[in-house]
Design a protein around this ligand. Structure first.
Ligand SMILES: [Fe+2]
Ligand SMILES: [Fe+2]
Length: 177
């Protein structure tokens, strides 16, 4: 059930802290990412009593965070099944499973692994999305595309990488994007 987290296990366990290396020069995205890092830090440092409610807060925030990025992708020429959106779906599903189980040890492990996954995701997939949004003149606040002639002729499935075949393979390939 928790296999989707296997791809997070290679990195060393470190608590994620905000660093300007996470900035993507897109204020709406950067603000959300700062909030994500702050909420995750609260989860990592939570008492047993507060852990599960804070985890739910993080899920709610992450749901909106991913939905906003998915919407930007949908509005600027990405296929609905593109790798970035799929990665969002997998991560959110695993987070929800952890919340439903209510096992604090598992939630703490997920929080640690989420802290390792996030910089990779932000610096690869979110960075590629930010670049794409700028290239088509997208206004993230309104969704308006100022350079429609720059929209891709064909729907984008992924940015870089090769095949998207197996679940873990898909996530790893997507992370190369
Ligand atoms: Fe993001
Ligand atoms: Fe993302």
């Amino acid at each position: 059930m928790l296999r989707a987290f296997d791809f997070w296990k290679d990195a060393h366990m470190l608590t994620l802290q905000w660093t300007d290396s996470l900035l993507l020069d897109l204020p709406q995205m950067d603000d959300t990412h700062r909030e994500f890092v702050a909420l995750l830090d609260q989860v990592v440092n939570a008492s047993d009593e507060k852990l599960l409610p804070l985890w739910q807060d993080l899920i709610t925030h992450t749901d909106a965070h991913f939905a906003r990025e998915d919407s930007w992708m949908k509005d600027t020429g990405f296929a609905s099944s593109n790798c970035h959106t799929t990665q969002h779906q997998i991560v959110l599903q695993v987070m929800r499973e952890g919340g439903k189980r209510g096992d604090r040890a598992i939630v703490r492990q997920m929080a640690d692994e989420l802290g390792m996954w996030f910089p990779q995701h932000a610096q690869a997939m979110d960075a590629a999305l930010a670049l794409h949004l700028r290239s088509v003149g997208n206004d993230p606040a309104t969704g308006q595309v100022k350079l429609p002639e720059s929209l891709p002729a064909q729907a984008i499935d992924r940015r870089g990488g090769s095949a998207c075949s197996t679940e873990n393979g898909l996530v790893q390939e997507c992370a190369q994007a």
